[in-house]
Design a protein around this ligand. Structure first.
Ligand code: FPP
Length: 243
């Protein structure tokens, strides 16, 4: 898998975004509580991150917790927050050793202070890394992100830093959480559901989508490779007519 035109192999996606769905059903199928599935799901993340360099993936963005996920039971929400704290503490060394640069997107205001401290520390510790760019969407919602971005943009207009007539398609993305990331080329959702659930709404305007039946805890690097190869065979037109 390569993006170098001199190398004859399918051109893979530069930025892959994944909606990691199906942890609950995976656990339920084993007669276990939903959190058992989330823990199994968290263990899949490392294999997927480690496969990225080989597949030519420079950016990987994963949906860990949505602005709507607060509607789950208090037990599940608390369990997920505890999992995120433990995951960051446990994975920091491996992420650093793998030269991974980690970023978080989403609204941190509602997250607990300890978790935010761990997120800030991991971002700071990996900010000099030059390998895979891993972005974790945590308390993230596409509509919430656009609303927060619009608020900041409106503030700049109110303060005279930006003229309304200068606002165009290039302006708004500069205010999004993803301002330093390229748009995703390929969005994958596991678990057989064919919806995007408020994930990267603005950024995915021209993404290719893959909705696959595999439940997230069963997702493997081999499956990611298959999806990347399939992506390489697609003709992306971006509104143009075929060549
Ligand atoms: C969706 O499955 C999954 C989530 C809401 C949580 C995603 C979290 C992880 C994969 C774990 C950890 C991630 C990191 C970055 C450490 P679901 O609960 O909706 O499953 P269901 O549709 O089968 O109920």
């Amino acid at each position: 898998m390569s993006r170098d035109p001199k190398i004859e192999s399918p051109v893979g996606p530069r930025h892959v975004a994944i909606i990691m769905d199906g942890n609950g059903r995976w656990a339920q199928a084993r007669g276990r509580p939903r959190l058992f599935g989330h823990h199994a799901g968290a263990r899949r993340v490392r294999e997927v991150v480690e496969a990225c360099p080989r597949l030519g993936i420079e950016y990987l963005t994963i949906f860990a917790f949505s602005t709507e996920n607060w509607k789950r039971t208090q037990v599940e929400v608390a369990g997920l927050m505890s999992l995120f704290r433990r995951y960051i503490a446990k994975e920091t060394r491996a992420l650093a050793a793998n030269n991974v640069r980690v970023r978080f997107i989403g609204d941190r205001v509602r997250l607990d202070t300890k978790l935010v401290e761990l997120m800030d520390a991991l971002e700071a510790q990996t900010c000099g890394n030059t390998g895979v760019n891993l972005t974790v969407a945590l308390n993230y919602g596409g509509r919430d992100e656009v609303a927060r971005a619009t608020k900041r943009l409106a503030q700049d207009v109110a303060e005279g830093k930006l003229r309304p007539e200068d606002v165009d398609e290039e302006t708004l993305p500069k205010y999004l959480d993803t301002c330093v990331l390229p748009d995703p080329d390929l969005v994958i959702r596991t678990s057989g559901e064919a919806r995007i659930s408020n994930f990267l709404l603005w950024q995915s305007a021209y993404a290719e989508y893959e909705f696959i039946d595999t439940l997230w805890p069963d997702f493997t690097a081999a499956e990611l490779e298959r999806l990347c190869r399939s992506f390489g065979t697609r003709e992306r037109r971006f509104g143009k007519v075929p060549a």
